[in-house]
Design a protein around this ligand. Sequence first.
Ligand code: PRP
Ligand code: URA
Length: 210
Amino acid sequence: MMGKFQVMDHPLIQHKLTIIRDKNCGTKEFREVVNEIANLMAFEVARDMPLEDVDVQTPEGVAHAKQISGKKVAIVPILRAGIGMVDGILDLIPAAKVGHIGMYRDEKTLEPHEYFVKLPSDIDQRQIFVVDPMLATGGSSIMAIDALKKRGASNIKFVCLVAAPEGVKALQKAHPDVDIYTAALDQKLNDKGYIVPGLGDAGDRLFGTK
Ligand code: PRP
Ligand code: URA
């Protein structure tokens, strides 16, 4: 079955995305707001986490209550820009482990190159949130998810802020089992592989490089 594709149109997410799209938004604000959006998105991405029944002793009696069950979470940012989303998600899921996959796009060929992989040892047992603000051609996310699956991971959701139609199509084709969540689906890629209108180079804007 094809994974879910969801554009998160909550007003708070849309408002905050507009703030970081603005080319006059500086590094400090960009960094803060990326984390705020990631936090709001994680709230929704976590919606289908399974619950189990639990009895809890309150000061007044026993409550037949619920707690999250099933697989524990790993957040896997694609370096560099994915790092900008990690703290916002950890605020909601503080016990999550964090793996890192280093990937850069060759500026000419747009081909992704993997340069770093460090994952929790029980990655095959975890519900994984792969995070990267930009889904452009899809090359980076496809290769990152390849790297995870090669290590036994199977339960994967991909969370980005801005996606291009080309990238969504490519990712769905390569990894039809992966749910994709984005805050916006933009028009297209330009001839340099940048999303239009997008928000520019997410890594440079987050870290103040360039
Ligand atoms: C950007 C972005 C994604 C990738 C998306 O990273 O953060 O990882 O490009 O493009 P794709 O879908 O066409 O692969 P970049 O390669 O610029 O590296 P950086 O995060 O280190 O700046
Ligand atoms: N990577 C970015 O950071 N921005 C884009 O628009 C495309 C790829």
